[in-house]
Design a protein around this ligand. Structure first.
Ligand SMILES: NC(=O)c1ccc[n+]([C@@H]2O[C@H](COP(=O)([O-])OP(=O)(O)OC[C@H]3O[C@@H](n4cnc5c(N)ncnc54)[C@H](OP(=O)(O)O)[C@@H]3O)[C@@H](O)[C@H]2O)c1
Length: 312
């Protein structure tokens, strides 16, 4: 007997965003979920298979592998990743083009692309130019993929994401201070900013798939909470019982940090910090999905935060 359920392919499912989408789709239980990974033998890929997800090997850099992986599916949640594209604009754009071309070839009927906005022209003028001639490379490449999706002829929705709460658990570098407190640093500054969890990306994608016609051609903001780093640090202090503080650093200090794409990230935070109209792009009235506050999300992950600090 053939299944009446649609099949949705989720990229990046072993990571934060795609992982959040898989969680939401499995919880809804209305679709067969297929994921692509470069390594089906990884622990995360095996965990997905254990949960009933079809795991297929594929690479966003290899269109033929994507056509194979997408064949027989109805819908695609696409997230590209500049990290595996040598931090390059062209590389991330190519990932998006490969996926869209493969989706057309394989007969996919609806695409959700997880995007970020292009930087407004006046903001671009105020930012230092990066070594590749860009201002915030991973935003500009996302915007270029979004344009490619929009011009592809495929029915589509763009999600407009912000900073992930999950970064506070997975990416932020906490430093233990001589007095036993903890500190973390970047150049975003102390004013409130838009944040949400990867889980809210998933719930928003699932809501879009419930009514694709309603959302076709639209950009849907993913909405959590506008919150400042000092407020985030206070929540984390409360749930871990440790004192955690945010120490802002200069744009130059951030750009010089020893990780790939640091200058790109420094310009992103500079942009987030300096251009108030940025928030106009993220209307928080009547969101398609209202995600949890940072406090609610962090409380649900309190054990993980305690373990994280213990490992510092
Ligand atoms: N962190 C934030 O606050 C934030 C905010 C907005 C947007 N973003 C964007 O989110 C994206 C990263 O998402 P994430 O944080 O969810 O990722 P992540 O946790 O770093 O995981 C990366 C995911 O992408 C997959 N992947 C990477 N390169 C691939 C390739 N060439 N072919 C197939 N799959 C590939 C990996 O799968 P395998 O390793 O299993 O192959 C993994 O599932 C980036 O584009 C970033 O710009 C991040």
């Amino acid at each position: 007997m053939t299944s009446a359920k649609k099949t949705v392919v989720v990229t990046g499912a072993t990571g934060s965003q795609g992982g959040g989408v898989v969680d939401a789709l499995l919880a809804a239980g209305k679709r067969n979920v297929r994921t692509i990974t470069r390594k089906s033998t990884s622990k995360k890929a095996k965990d997905l298979a254990t949960r009933g997800v079809e795991v297929v090997e594929g690479d966003l850099g290899d269109t033929a592998s994507l056509i194979k992986a997408f064949t027989g599916a109805d819908e695609l949640f696409l997230v590209t990743d500049i990290k595996s594209a040598d931090q390059s604009y062209d590389g991330e754009l190519q990932q998006g083009k490969n996926a869209v071309d493969a989706a057309k070839e394989a007969g996919i009927g609806f695409v959700i692309f997880s995007s970020l906005e292009d930087i407004p022209a006046d903001a671009k003028e105020g930012l230092p130019t990066l070594h590749d001639g860009r201002k915030v490379t991973h935003f500009e490449s996302k915007a270029a993929v979004a344009e490619y999706v929009a011009n592809s002829g495929l029915p589509y929705t763009l999600l407009l994401t912000s900073a992930f709460y999950d970064n506070m658990l997975n990416f932020v570098f906490y430093q233990k201070q001589p007095d036993g407190t903890y500190a973390f640093s970047d150049n975003l500054g102390t004013e409130p900013h838009s944040w949400h969890s990867a889980g809210t990306i998933g719930l928003t994608a699932a809501a879009v798939l419930e009514d694709p016609q309603k959302f076709h051609g639209k950009t849907v903001p993913v909405v959590g909470e506008r919150i400042s780093y000092p407020a985030i640090a206070q929540v984390l202090s409360d749930i871990t019982g440790k004192t955690i503080r945010y120490h802002p650093v200069s744009d130059e200090q951030m750009a010089g940090m020893p990780f790939p794409g640091a200058a790109d990230i420094a310009n992103m935070f500079h942009y987030y910090r300096e251009w108030a109209h940025y928030d106009d792009l993220r209307p928080i009235t009547n969101p398609v999905v209202q995600g949890p506050t940072f406090k609610d999300w962090a409380e649900a992950h309190s054990d993980a935060f305690k373990k994280r600090l213990e490992s510092v």
